[in-house]
Design a protein around this ligand. Structure first.
Ligand SMILES: Cc1cc2nc3c(=O)[nH]c(=O)nc-3n(C[C@H](O)[C@H](O)[C@H](O)COP(=O)(O)OP(=O)(O)OC[C@H]3O[C@@H](n4cnc5c(N)ncnc54)[C@H](O)[C@@H]3O)c2cc1C
Length: 418
C-alpha cells in the first residue's frame, strides 16, 4: 500500500487535528489518563459520557456509521486516521466499546428500522450504554454450550413474550448499562449451535439482578447477571428463533476486531524504562540481554504494524479484513503481558512501588501487568484464537468436537444447573 496520505486524507487528518486541538489535551506522558481525576466508577462514567456527547454533537462519534444512525459516513481509512490521531491526545476512550463496537453492528444487521433509528444514535452519543450478555459459568470459549433458557409464554392471555431464566458471568459494564444483548437457549432438543435465540433487553426489566465482581486490581469492571422469570417482548428478538448462533457470530467477529484494535503496543514504554533504570551500575539499555529482548518485541510490533496495514488495505478496497484481527490480538496480548513483567523486573524493588517519584513510572507497568492477562482471555482466549488461525488460515485439522451433532439435552452436564 501507499503509506502516505492522499490529498483528501491529508485534509481529513487536518480536520481531525483541529477538532482534537480544540477539545482535548495533547499527550505528554505515555501513561497520562483522562480518568486521573475520577475517584469512583460513577466519575469515570461521567467523564466518558461527557466526551462521547462532545464527539456526537460535533459529528465525530462512531465515524464509520451512517449519518442517520449518529455516525459520519466515514470511510475505513478515515476511521484509521481518526484512531491514529486520537491516540496522541488524552481522551477517555474505551468505556463504550461493547455497545458501539459489538452490540451496535449486531443491531444494524438484525434490528428493525424503527429500533435502529431509536437506539443507534443514543449508543453513538452514550446516552445509552449497552452490554454483552453471552458468557456463562460453564460456557465461555464453548459459547454454544450456554444454558440460560428462554421459553415462549403460550399461556392464555399472555402477550407475545418470552420468559428467561439463567445466569451470565463476566458481563463487562452490566452495572452501568441501560440495555444488553442476550443469547439464550430456546430449543435443547437440537444440537447446541441450532437451538439458540438472541434478544436485546432493558437492564431495568424486573427479574434482572446484577452482582459486581471485585478483581485483583480492586476494580469492579464486570458482573454476574441473574435472570429470574424475565419477560422479553418478541419484538426484541434479533434474528429468527434458533438462529442465535448466526447472530452471535456478527457480535463475535466485531468483538475480535474491537478488542484487538483497542490494544496498544507498549515496547517503546519499556525501552524508555530501560534507558532510565540501572542494571549493574549503568542504564539497563547498555546490557546486551536487555537490548536483545527489546529487539525481539520490537520486531513483533513491526510485524503487527504491517499486518494491520494489510488489513487497512483490504478494508480500503472494500474487502473482508480476514483473520488478521485474531493474529493481532494474540501477539499484542502476549507482548503486553510479557513486556510489563519484564519492566517490573527491570525496576527491581521500584517495580512494587505505586509512586511516581520513587519508581519513576507510577504504577504504569503494575497496571499493565494486572490487566494484560485479561487481554489474553477477553474476545476469545489465546488458545481459541490459535485454533481459529490453525483451522481457518493454515488449513490444519479441526479441533475434536464430539458434542457438535448431538441434541444439546443429551450432552453430559446439559441438564445440570450452572
Ligand atoms: C476482561 C474481560 C471482559 C469480559 N467481558 C465479557 C462480556 O462483557 N460479556 C461476556 O459475555 N463475556 C465477557 N468475558 C468472558 C470471556 O468471553 C470469556 O472469559 C472467554 O470467552 C473464555 O471463556 P471462559 O472464561 O469460560 O474460559 P474457558 O472457556 O473455560 O477456558 C478455560 C481455558 O481453557 C482453554 N480452552 C477452552 N477451550 C479450548 C479448546 N477448544 N482448545 C484449547 N484450549 C481451550 C481456554 O483457552 C482457557 O485457557 C470477558 C472476559 C474478560 C477477561
Amino acid at each position: 500500500m501507499d503509506f502516505n496520505d492522499s490529498p483528501t486524507e491529508a485534509a481529513f487528518r487536518q480536520e481531525v487535528r483541529a477538532f482534537l486541538d480544540q477539545h482535548a489535551r495533547l499527550r505528554r506522558e505515555p501513561n497520562e489518563s483522562a480518568f486521573d481525576s475520577a475517584k469512583t466508577d460513577a466519575d469515570r462514567l461521567a467523564i466518558a459520557k461527557g466526551w462521547q456527547q462532545t464527539l456526537a454533537d460535533a459529528g465525530w462519534a462512531c465515524l464509520s456509521w451512517p449519518k442517520t444512525y449518529g455516525g459520519r459516513d466515514a470511510t475505513p481509512i478515515e476511521q484509521v486516521i481518526w484512531n491514529q490521531e486520537v491516540k496522541r491526545y488524552v481522551t477517555p476512550d474505551g468505556m463504550f466499546i461493547i455497545g458501539q463496537g459489538m452490540c451496535a453492528p449486531t443491531l444494524m444487521a438484525y434490528a428493525s428500522e424503527q429500533q435502529k433509528a431509536h437506539h443507534l444514535p443514543r449508543i453513538a452519543s452514550a446516552a445509552e450504554v449497552w452490554c454483552q450478555l453471552f458468557s456463562e459459568p460453564v460456557a465461555g470459549s464453548d459459547l454454544a454450550g450456554i444454558k440460560t433458557r428462554a421459553l415462549k409464554d403460550r399461556s392464555a392471555g399472555a402477550g407475545d413474550e418470552w420468559v428467561v431464566n439463567g445466569q451470565k458471568v463476566w458481563t463487562s459494564g452490566a452495572h452501568y448499562s441501560d440495555w444488553g444483548i442476550l443469547i439464550t437457549r430456546t430449543d435443547p432438543s437440537v444440537p447446541k449451535h441450532k437451538g439458540l435465540t438472541m434478544f436485546f433487553l432493558d437492564m431495568k426489566t424486573p427479574g434482572v439482578e446484577v452482582r459486581p465482581i471485585k478483581q485483583i486490581n480492586g476494580n469492579k469492571d464486570f458482573n454476574e447477571v441473574y435472570f429470574t422469570d424475565v419477560r422479553i417482548p418478541d419484538s426484541q428478538r434479533l434474528g429468527k428463533p434458533g438462529e442465535g448462533w448466526k447472530v452471535a457470530l456478527v457480535t463475535l467477529m466485531n468483538e475480535r476486531l474491537a478488542v484487538g484494535s483497542g490494544l496498544s503496543n507498549t515496547v517503546m514504554d519499556v525501552f524508555r524504562a530501560a534507558q532510565t533504570v540501572e542494571l549493574d551500575d549503568e542504564p539497563a539499555i547498555r546490557n546486551a540481554a536487555v537490548r536483545d529482548q527489546l529487539a525481539n518485541w520490537y520486531c513483533r510490533e513491526m510485524g503487527l504494524k504491517y499486518t494491520t496495514y494489510r488489513m487497512i488495505t483490504a478494508l480500503s478496497r472494500g474487502q473482508d479484513p480476514g483473520p488478521e484481527a485474531s493474529i493481532s490480538k494474540v501477539v499484542v496480548g502476549a507482548n503486553n503481558n510479557q513486556s510489563a513483567s519484564y519492566a517490573l523486573d527491570l525496576q527491581d524493588t521500584g517495580g512494587i512501588l505505586d509512586d511516581d517519584e520513587l519508581s519513576g513510572f507510577g504504577n504504569q507497568f503494575q497496571r499493565q501487568f494486572m490487566r494484560s492477562p485479561a487481554n489474553r482471555i477477553e474476545g476469545g482466549s489465546d488458545e481459541i484464537l490459535r485454533n481459529i488461525i490453525a483451522e481457518r488460515v493454515l488449513g490444519m485439522p479441526p479441533d475434536i468436537r464430539t458434542d457438535k451433532d448431538v441434541p444439546f439435552s443429551e450432552v453430559p452436564g446439559a441438564n445440570s444447573k450452572g
